[in-house]
Design a protein around this ligand. Sequence first.
Ligand SMILES: C[S@@+](CC[C@H](N)C(=O)[O-])C[C@H]1O[C@@H](n2cnc3c(N)ncnc32)[C@H](O)[C@@H]1O
Ligand code: SF4
Length: 353
Amino acid sequence: MRSETLVPFPARDSGAREPRDTRNRPMRDLRISVMDRCNFRCPYCMPRETYHDGYRFLKSAERLSFDEIVRLARLFVRLGVRKLRITGGEPLLRANLADLIGDLTSIPGVEDVALTTNGVLLAKYASELKAAGLHRVTVSLDSVDPEVFRLMSGGFGGVAEVLEGIEHAQRAGLAPIKVNAVVQKGVNDDSAIALVERFRGTPVIVRFIEYMDVGTRNRWDRSRVVPSRELHAAIHARWPLRPVAAGYRGEVAERYAFVDGQGEIGFISSVTQPFCGACSRARLSSEGVLYTCLFATHGLDLKTQLRAGADEATLRELIRGAWLGRSDRYSELRAALHASGVERKIEMYYIGG
Ligand SMILES: C[S@@+](CC[C@H](N)C(=O)[O-])C[C@H]1O[C@@H](n2cnc3c(N)ncnc32)[C@H](O)[C@@H]1O
Ligand code: SF4
């Protein structure tokens, strides 16, 4: 597992066009949440007790419009962003999403546009999204065992629908396809091997995510975290693995290939092996608030500025200022922050995964 010291980003003048934060991290990725609603109620993200029928989600006028998202995305790209990821909530619940994808992929300087989805609506939209210019897709699938799946999704959707979505995405040419599985001890850890087996020998890359303390409503309990090194050992004992070098600086997943050439898997270990030092991600909520950490407690409200008529230069300087002042490294400080009582963190369905 990851043991090397991460190579620091080369030093840069903070007054440069592309800002570096207080820890010398550039801004390279922007995750855009286009929808706070979801058609699942995964207990680790949107537990049903809280997100019930009477819960007040954003009204559509409160969400950024596609024009507003594109306008802001252009500014982020001018400040160094190269990759865009569309997420939520469930992004495929947003009507006409392909139109937004088409606009984002045509922004000069954007090298990669990806989507994270629970996959239930992917069969319906995969070819339209590909035609609009989407490059690749990450599908969340916590288990291929139907009962375990429904425990993890809060009783919504089904394995067959998600697998069908993945097949449509493959046929449409969205590649590479990654499957993300959050692992919770005593819930789906026993079905991890079956998930690997289902995709071994295919181009689909399964990545296991340590269950994280995002937000404050998922009743996170550290004893439910399965350290990636334990999962790695179990998979390696069945199908020997060898490490694969990171594809780029700041890649969050540790990659491994099956020694017998049957594909690749990955581990995202924010709890046991924090990777804050290489984090170059900014996040824009569906309500137009900029956050510089998945575990943030505060953000910068860009929508109000945008709707009050702020010009491009003003907005760009606001974003630049937020990035220059960034010092977040929540995962590295997790234990100390928990001990001292954590403030109310932003929920993941709202900020985007
Ligand atoms: C918030 S979801 C949004 C996109 C889409 N609804 C989906 O599920 O793919 C993005 C990712 O965050 C992950 N996630 C949500 N809550 C998590 C938690 N507490 N710990 C680790 N990953 C989590 C999900 O499994 C998913 O892969
Ligand atoms: S993880 Fe994704 S699918 Fe599950 S509740 Fe959260 S936003 Fe919805």
